[in-house]
Design a protein around this ligand. Sequence first.
Ligand code: HAM
Length: 420
Amino acid sequence: MSTFQAPKGTYDLIPPDSATYLAVREALSAPLRNSGYGYIETPGFEDVALFARGVGESTDIVSKEMYAFETKGGDKLALRPEGTASVLRAALEANLHKGGNLPVKLWYSGSYYRYERPQKGRYRHFSQVGAEAVGTEDPALDAELIILADQAYRALGLRRFRILLNSLGDKECRPVYREALQGFLRDLDLDEETRRRVEINPLRVLDDKRSEVQKQLTGAPMLRDYLCDACKAYHDEVRALLTAAGVAYEDDEKLVRGLDYYTRTTFEFVHDGLGSQSAVGGGGRYDGLSEMIGGPALPSVGWALGVDRTVLALEAEGVTLDIPATTSVYAVPLGEEARRVLFGLVTELRKAGVATDFAFGGRGLKGAMKSANRSGARYTVVAGERDLAEGNVQVKDMESGEQQAVAVGDLVAVVQGKLA
Ligand code: HAM
């Protein structure tokens, strides 16, 4: 056993399970690639101030969970805890918003880091597929993103998820509500930390999972009653578009989300088989973020779907993805001469686009055939001295067990024909 282990709150993706992760990433991003979103990749770390300003000083993500560090050169950086601030930073830096082609639609996939208390579904290193549509205020864009995430989950075979939807208002109506809520919360019997939260981020208190807090929240002023006419009309349009698209959602007035940049539309995808870490994805509109990080006004909307939790959701529903074997042909040489000839044929097959593997290490027939089986290859190519003396190799169909002699020079064409 190695003396080293993966750091606390992390885990390794190893075959064969890693194939499921790749397939999930692929499936979550497929609807985006089909809808005009271009791929973007940003660094794994950024200036720590980008997240402090963008995600918000008062959020848990920034105040407790960020991997922040100072480099030898004195730069203050942080491993990215989320993707939205980075993607917007990159879009602004590259002037993508000035191309006269709004919205700028981008998708991404990668690793994110939060120093959280690890538990099932909550890791310190996790993986997201995300989408951001930058520079346009249009309820159809909010609806598009929710519809695409719904499609992605359904294409994977997930059914037991729900979409929670809310509007957080804008810079006109939310401050009025915030004050009313603070007035209500200040009169409650709350612990020290929650009292502090009332002052810096009162909406988060609505999200408190503890029953002793929830009990006291009956009768709290609700944002719905404070939304301005523009926010109300916007939200009604998003809801109407979702309904017209046949996407079911639940209005959840208490959905606040853990990042400060949201305005208007917010949503979360929750899965009912996951216990406490039930959010498989989430997002919303962030009309003020660009200005918060020094850019022009660029109303935007996006989401991020958690790859780790989506895999857990598949397990919870008993869905196994149909992942085709990666190897089509497995070559088993018997003896030194055959080794050289078959190794050459393996290279030719690969060049011809046939996924091929080889029994390395001079193993006996029995062990090599076991590996051939395990590889999932449809055909095994076996050759010994006698076959080669006749200019042949044996091609064995691993499903039917039938075996056929094929001339060395014909192998590539014959295998291609069989696989076609
Ligand atoms: P978020 O809700 O913080 O949003 O994260 C999105 C998803 O990432 C969660 O629903 C969850 O599936 C997954 N996730 C988050 N933290 C962890 C963790 N510690 N372990 C495992 N999975 C986790 C954002 O990150 C926003 N940037 C989404 C967004 C994009 N909003 C607008 N655009």
